[in-house]
Ligand binder design. Sequence first.
Ligand code: ZN
Length: 429
Amino acid sequence: MTLGIDTSGIGKKIFDLAAEIFPICRSITGTGVRETLGILGLHIPLEMREVPTGTKVFDWTVPKEWNIRDAYIKDTSGRRIVDFNDSNLHVVSYSRPLRATLPLSELRKHIHVLPDQPSLIPYRTSYYSETWGFCMADDQLRSLPDGNYEVLIDATLDDGHLSYGECVLQGESAEEILLSAHVCHPSLADDNCSGLAVLTMLAAALKDMPTHYTYRFLFAPGTIGAITWLALNENRASNIKGGLVVSCLGDGGGPTYKKSRRGDHYIDKVMAHVLEHFSPSGTVIEFSPYGYDERQYCSPGFNLPVGLLQRSQFGKFPEYHTSADNLDFIKPEHLDASFRILINAIEIIEHDRRYVNLFPKCEPQLGRRGLYNAIGGDKDAPSKNMAMLWLLNLSDGQHSLLDIANRAKIPFTMIRNTADLLVREGLLE
Ligand code: ZN
């Protein structure tokens, strides 16, 4: 890595961090978010922001704070047949507090199951309507006898705060690269403990490194968090040169890059290049106004150059938003690969520049300078020679190294290393 980042064992480190935050019951507000940010903040300089309930943020209002201590469904013998302590997915996120005894026929109206995946617990939320509910395996619901059930949701919905975390790594330039992950899902590993852990380890790797751009890492609850950040930072948004929302970075699918709304922005070119050369199984898909917080960053009033990086696409894998999105579903090697995609993208963003060929009239004599032979016997020699010829041909002050790499279909790293050689030889400046 030319950024000098030590990536040895990084997949395992990311996995361990994801595993540490996995059990926490997060939602769009509440102590679960704060606790998660507290753990991420042990690795990076993370500022926690607290925005009061009722704050107007564009067309939205910061909601009440939701906190939950316990929840269960007990049968007539007093046994907990559904227990929040076994899985926080059992309670619909943002459920209002409740203590009641109900017949199964009434209780059923508030129970969510997945008939097509009868052994899994679904993940459900009720953020903007005051209701309550439980989630359980369809197999279990079918096995319940009729009768009365005691139901408790020991939760509070009060005025409080929306919390988000921000880590800003100042570079030479005020221009920023935004890296954003949602922090509002409870025990779901791929969506999105993986994204939180990958970005935290990326920030940890970059934090002591001199960079040209400023890197802003944002860990905010989905939708309302990004809207809140944009509302409070409207004047900063124009500094964002490019950005990525990340999610689902630990599974074995993809990788997938969804373009920004602009579609042909610099970040889109960088990500297309990285996927083509470093992740041959990767695909690039067009923007759509559905997904994660790129929806907010790419809303027409901002139209920021922010795309979405995932491995498997959300909603398209069977584990998505179910209890099967657990720590068995994500793997260190996939987290490692996702980390490397981001590092490769940052390498390009940091080192891309335009050069001028100092010998533009006909080709300079490379053999005399020992440049053709400098790499004799090297299996990469033919592409290195091509890299040299492309660089000399296109370094007219108009084409950047990435433009040249794309035109030549040669990885950016090789183009960049060859450019360094030609600069040392006095052929480029
Ligand atoms: Zn989700």
